[in-house]
Design a protein around this ligand. Structure first.
Ligand code: 5AD
Length: 448
């Protein structure tokens, strides 16, 4: 994973470049920019997104040098592995030993991890997941921004508050200019290096229109753009990739085909998975996952969801709780308990220690106010901030009372930077524009 600080190009091999960050080397794909050894660049999600002038790069690196190593030390300290004194569970220890040795776990092991309820046992499972995250992925944490460009949707998903059957919400659609301006402000004013553009399945935003918007943004700024517009067709995927999008966020929602068809009238799981596979073949980074706790879903289904996300080579796993929305056919169905959701994140990390960025979703933060901090301490290493213009945010009501819905971008950034600092994590995807760095300094004096 690349950091949101400039790296220096050390080697170039066709489209792959080796980038140095204070002595740590990462690889990134360069298919957009003319580069030479010694150049400074920003890379995101394994893609080079921008070349930086050496003077500017050196200035940012000078600001970061000490902090970079300090953060790593804090992270290592917080990721130590130990059993709470006085607690012993031989079976759990054996399973986790195997996880730490990278031997595969059986279904019954997974069931055991999922079903133990003692506080000390869960604490140990989370520590183990956090230890694996630290060991293989170090302290970087993705901080993407998301812009919700329209809540108009042609689909009828039974859980979703913006689905077409909800006649009680006001619909909105941002104009193309508004989208471009919002994205550019997120990049230039706030330092975001990766943005997700999301909407309901709104046919107004044809692949050609999306492509035009992406071209316009990329013409004016270096950024990794992820699309999240649902199933836009194979040709659509190609059109948008050619315009410069390099990631796709689309959950398969559940790997159980029966549960899938019950909740998505007129849709089937195979088509959804085919889209994800096609996107992967085209070169998109895949961000995918499932809802956790939907009607009909069993723990086994959730384990299968994690295996499917892995099989799809997902760069980012997005697993979050189902939260009932009052204007949907499953309004009365209760969400799973927060501890089960933490368990899913931890098991996902145990099953994929080396690759996935695991997201703490806004839905999880809505279910449980400490989900972000606790989630980052049980294997997760990714968050998304909402950069949709304030006037639209509440209308994007996938579920009620969404966390952060009325928080300014500034305050969301301050909160995440303070949290990451306190946990010893370095934000990726959120650069250190001067404005942010100054803001960060003013809050960290008290945070560390
Ligand atoms: N609870 C939680 N997540 C939801 N989503 C839609 N409705 C809900 C809900 N009621 C999620 C879906 C979709 C993403 C954009 O929002 O998983 O993929």
């Amino acid at each position: 994973m690349c950091y949101a600080i400039p790296g220096q190009v050390k080697a170039i091999n066709d489209k792959t470049v080796v980038v140095d960050y204070f002595g740590e080397e990462k690889r990134a794909i360069n298919d957009l920019i003319n580069l030479n050894i010694g150049d400074y660049i920003y890379a995101q999600g394994g893609y080079v997104i921008e070349k930086v002038a050496p003077a500017q790069a050196l200035e940012v690196l000078a600001l970061w040098k000490e902090t970079f190593f300090e953060l790593q030390e804090v992270d290592v300290r917080l990721s130590k592995l130990y059993f709470e004194e006085g607690y012993h569970d031989t079976k759990l220890s054996r399973i986790l030993d195997r996880a730490l040795e990278r031997s595969s776990l059986s279904r019954s092991d997974l069931h055991y991890l999922f079903s133990v309820e003692e506080k000390a046992a869960n604490a140990f499972i989370y520590k183990c997941a956090n230890f694996l995250r630290q060991k293989y992925l170090k302290n970087s944490c993705c901080v993407h921004g998301i812009i919700e460009i329209s809540n108009i949707c042609s689909q009828n998903c039974f859980y979703c508050g913006i689905s077409s059957h909800n006649q009680q919400i006001k619909r909105y659609r941002m104009s193309e200019q508004e989208i471009v301006d919002t994205a550019l402000s997120a990049i230039k004013d706030y330092g975001f290096k990766a943005l997700v553009l999301q909407s309901g399945e709104d046919s107004f935003f044809s692949p050609d229109k999306i492509a035009k918007i992406i071209r316009e943004i990329k013409k004016q700024a270096g950024v990794l753009i992820a699309i999240s517009f649902g199933e836009i067709g194979f040709d659509g995927l190609k059109t948008v990739y050619d315009a410069g999008a390099r990631a796709m966020l689309m959950r398969f929602e559940t790997s159980n085909p029966l549960v899938y068809s019950r909740l998505h009238p007129g849709r089937n799981l195979d088509t959804r998975i085919a889209h994800l596979k096609r996107a992967g073949e085209l070169g998109y980074l895949i961000m995918t996952g499932a809802l956790v706790g939907i009607p009909g879903q069993t723990p086994d289904d959730v384990f299968n969801d994690i295996f499917l996300a892995k099989e799809l080579n997902a760069e980012m796993f997005s697993f979050g709780p189902f939260l009932p929305h009052p204007n949907t056919p499953i309004a009365g169905y209760l969400p799973w308990d927060k501890d089960k959701i933490f368990k899913v994140l931890a098991i996902a990390r145990i099953l994929d220690p080396e690759n996935a960025k695991i997201l703490v979703t806004t839905a999880f933060e809505t279910l449980h106010p400490d989900a972000r901090k606790e989630g980052l301490l049980c294997g997760a290493n990714s968050v998304m901030l909402n950069v949709t213009p304030a006037k639209y945010r509440a209308l994007y009501s996938l579920y009620p009372n969404r966390a952060h819905v009325s928080e300014s971008i500034n305050s969301q950034i301050q909160d995440i930077l303070a949290l990451l600092r306190s946990l010893g994590r370095a934000p990726t995807d959120l650069g250190v524009s001067e404005k942010i760095f100054l803001m960060e300094q003013s809050i960290t004096e008290g945070a560390l």
